[in-house]
Design a protein around this ligand. Structure first.
Ligand code: HEM
Length: 304
């Protein structure tokens, strides 16, 4: 299996979704919001991050997975969230996660192979779905997310969904000890999904409007949680979920206050840009994201 890099993905996204000048090459369709993060004091025992010292302003973006700026919001595909925390000392800390608990591949190569099967045939312009299915069966790490999406209808609102960090990160405490964890954003209101009927009748775009309606009713609250790893848990494979009984600690509350107009348009939610007191794991998918996002960012800022 040949190894792939960030540029390879950008080239592949262009084949899948066209050039899309000035637009994100992944999660192209999205909407901004703003809020405040209020840390839980108890989180301080796991990390020295200034994130836990004082409330921080957050610059949020909700999105549809994929490079299509006109993605169908009734489709069984991942939704995304990016949150940039602006710390009291001016530092920033990013997270960018998905509405699915697992990613579509254990490695950049597995995911790249899957996406490659979705490139339409040059002559017919058609996607060969038998090829896609065969690839999934031969590369079972790409099946978990697909199966999850088949058994969970899409969210009815960007703020009625849980979001998962998917990768493993570390919190570093006062003594320098590292605590492996995965984060989840859990809405305090019930999680609402589209009914089968709504999936057929809703327009392709309703989530931006729905977010405005939800936020006009009042602020939306999320609990920001960390599941702590136990020995033997997958630390570098984002396609594998940990057992449900992992100890969960509350990192704090995220209050989404209003829509954010164009406030997130120029943000790069690189998930490896972390505050002191946090560290990325050696997950190769996580590593590669920095390069891919930087290339996408540079391109879209220069109208490419
Ligand atoms: C090899 C794997 C991946 C590649 C190549 C990739 C690529 C990209 C690219 C190019 C962008 C646009 C960046 C920008 O222009 O700012 C993006 C956005 C995004 N990706 Fe990924 N991604 C990968 C994996 C993941 C994973 C594992 C997650 C979640 C756990 C994720 C969540 C997101 C989210 C939420 C956004 C939107 C951020 C925003 O709103 O600006 N991606 N991705």
């Amino acid at each position: 299996e040949q190894s792939v890099n960030g540029q390879d993905f950008i080239n592949l996204f262009e084949k899948l979704s066209g050039k899309q000048p000035g637009i994100r090459k992944g999660h192209a369709k999205g909407v901004c919001a703003v809020g405040t993060f209020t840390p839980n004091q108890a989180a301080k025992q796991y990390s020295i991050s200034p994130l836990f010292n004082a409330p921080s302003k957050t610059n949020i973006r909700f999105s549809m997975g994929g490079g299509n700026p006109h993605a169908d919001e009734t489709s069984r595909s991942p939704r995304g969230v990016g949150v940039q925390f602006v710390l009291e000392n001016g530092d920033v800390h990013n997270i960018a996660g998905l509405s699915t608990p697992v990613f579509a591949g254990k490695s950049p190569e597995a995911f790249f192979g899957l996406l490659s099967t979705l490139v339409p045939d040059e002559k017919t312009g058609q996607i060969d779905y038998a090829k896609v299915k065969a690839y999934r069966e031969q590369n079972p790490s790409t099946l978990g997310q697909f199966n999850w999406l088949q058994s969970h209808n899409p969210p009815a609102s960007y703020v009625s969904s849980r979001y998962f960090g998917v990768h493993t990160f570390y919190m570093v405490d006062e003594k320098g000890a590292k605590h492996a964890f995965r984060w989840t954003m859990v809405p305090e209101e019930p999680e609402l999904v589209l009914t089968e009927e709504q999936m057929k009748t809703f327009p392709k775009s309703f989530l931006a409007h729905r977010l405005e309606v939800d936020l006009a009713k009042g602020k939306v609250h999320y609990r920001f949680q960390a599941e702590l790893a136990e020995p033997g848990d997958a630390l570098t494979d984002p396609s594998v979920q940990w057992p449900a009984d992992r100890r969960t600690i509350e990192l704090g509350k995220l209050t989404i206050e209003s829509t954010g107009e164009s406030g997130c348009d120029l943000t790069n939610y690189d998930p490896n840009l972390l505050s002191k007191g946090f560290m990325p794991s050696d997950d190769k998918v996580l590593k590669l994201r920095s390069t891919a996002y930087a290339i996408s960012f540079a391109k879209r800022l220069t109208g490419q």
